[in-house]
Design a protein around this ligand. Structure first.
Ligand SMILES: [Zn+2]
Length: 84
């Protein structure tokens, strides 16, 4: 995947083979009938993945192109992968 940095903080974990490790977070969880399409996925570092899953998340706006949300009182606006 071309963009393999955290979409919140731009951090990633560099593996010894030189590639980047990043996690795919589902905006809408699979158990809540979220799907595997790019508009439902954020690439996040492990810290932000857990914060997204476990923190106080409030999705303000979510379209095919972007998502706006507050997470533990921080505001984020992220362009989704479908455009990259
Ligand atoms: Zn991050």
């Amino acid at each position: 995947m071309r963009d393999s940095e955290c979409q919140i903080c731009r951090e990633y974990i560099l593996k010894k083979d030189g590639t980047k490790y990043i996690e795919a977070a589902h905006i809408k969880a699979k158990k809540d009938k979220g799907n595997e399409t790019l508009e439902n996925i954020l690439l996040l570092c492990p810290n932000h993945h857990k914060e997204f899953d476990l923190g106080d998340l409030n999705i303000v706006f979510h379209s095919k192109e972007k998502i706006e949300f507050t997470l533990n009182e921080n505001d984020y606006e992220i362009t989704l992968l479908i455009n990259s």
